[in-house]
Design a protein around this ligand. Structure first.
Ligand SMILES: Nc1ncnc2c1ncn2[C@@H]1O[C@H](COP(=O)(O)OP(=O)(O)OP(=O)(O)O)[C@@H](O)[C@H]1O
Ligand SMILES: [Mg+2]
Length: 150
């Protein structure tokens, strides 16, 4: 896990204490990151790499936490990208055979993980983007506002 620290120019102690805090539903957010990191582990061979990065960003006067989950696993074909968030959609159930680490390689998914992630992100007024190349890996970027707008 890589934390991109606050800039040296930021001096407000309260803000610095809460630099990586946000308003949200704890259980849902745990589920969100369990699903995303679980995918990265499941679709990446044993000697591969999974990185998680956390950064606070300001976009049009709104503060957001941006979380990236990056793997160098099997990747996703571009034609599958638009369907990833569909319930029960899986790219090709056979292709994860032989990949994945010992913990996840024999456990078939249900294709619900990303649909659940999208619902949780919508609840938190956030956005999710998935960039991937087949055979090279996948980067999932989630941006969540720190304060929810009513
Ligand atoms: N990091 C990733 N690398 C490669 N393929 C991925 C990755 N994340 C998701 N996918 C592809 O997207 C499909 C949908 O993912 P999703 O998390 O919704 O379902 P699942 O992992 O198959 O099952 P579940 O999450 O319900 O256990 C997966 O079946 C897989 O083909
Ligand atoms: Mg999954």
């Amino acid at each position: 896990m890589k934390l991109i620290e606050s800039p040296q120019t930021e001096t407000n102690p309260e803000l610095l204490d809460d630099w990586f805090s946000l308003m949200g539903n704890w259980e849902q957010l745990v589920r969100l990151f369990t699903n995303l990191i679980g995918n990265a582990l499941r679709y990446t061979p044993e000697n591969g790499k999974v990185e998680v990065e956390l950064m606070r960003v300001e976009i049009t006067n709104r503060s957001l936490l941006q979380i990236k989950v990056k793997d160098n696993g099997i990747g996703i074909p571009s034609e599958a990208l638009p369907r990833l968030f569909d319930r029960f959609y899986r790219v090709d159930p056979a292709r994860s055979h032989g990949s994945g680490n010992t913990f996840t390689k024999n456990t078939a998914g249900s294709g619900l993980g990303l649909a659940i992630c999208r619902a949780i992100i919508e609840n938190h007024q956030g956005i999710i983007k998935i960039a991937s190349s087949l055979g090279e890996g996948t980067t999932v970027t989630v941006s969540l506002p720190i304060i929810l707008e009513s």
